[in-house]
Design a protein around this ligand. Structure first.
Ligand SMILES: [Zn+2]
Length: 137
């Protein structure tokens, strides 16, 4: 028997391409729909933001747990912990993810779960100390 779900899974790319064409040729319709939806559901954007922030917090705490939950130098435990890039490049990686904490943490979590040793936890003091010695040595 023909299974539409199975067919969709096998033709996903084709369907997406077709949908893209349709959306591009009906842009005004889509904009109108989106704008109306936002007017009718004023909480929608607020909820999205709150959900993302909650997800980011959840992922961050999982991330910190995987990294040992304390500063690798002094053992500090608390809110001033930072994710340190062992070999540098933190600012660059941060910029690649725009302003989204959620995306940033999710990406790092994925890498750590895949076995990456590029990240460690440092307290704010040791993080700054490392940065200063990198800059001025
Ligand atoms: Zn420390």
């Amino acid at each position: 028997m023909f299974n539409i779900h199975q067919w969709y899974l096998e033709n996903k790319e084709k369907v997406k391409a077709q949908h893209d064409i349709y959306r591009k040729s009906h842009l005004e319709k889509y904009r109108e729909y989106t704008n109306n939806y936002r007017i009718l559901h004023p909480d929608y954007i607020v909820n999205c933001k709150v959900n993302r922030q909650n997800m980011a917090k959840k992922i961050k705490s999982e991330l910190y747990q995987l990294l040992g939950g304390k500063c690798v130098i002094c053992g500090y435990v608390g809110t001033a912990l930072c994710i340190d890039h062992v070999n540098g490049g933190g600012t660059k990686e941060r910029k690649e993810n725009g302003s989204s904490d959620y995306r940033y943490y999710r990406k790092i979590l994925g890498k750590i779960k895949a076995g990456s040793k590029d990240y460690q936890l440092l307290c704010a003091n040791h993080n700054l100390e490392k940065e200063m010695s990198r800059r001025y040595s």
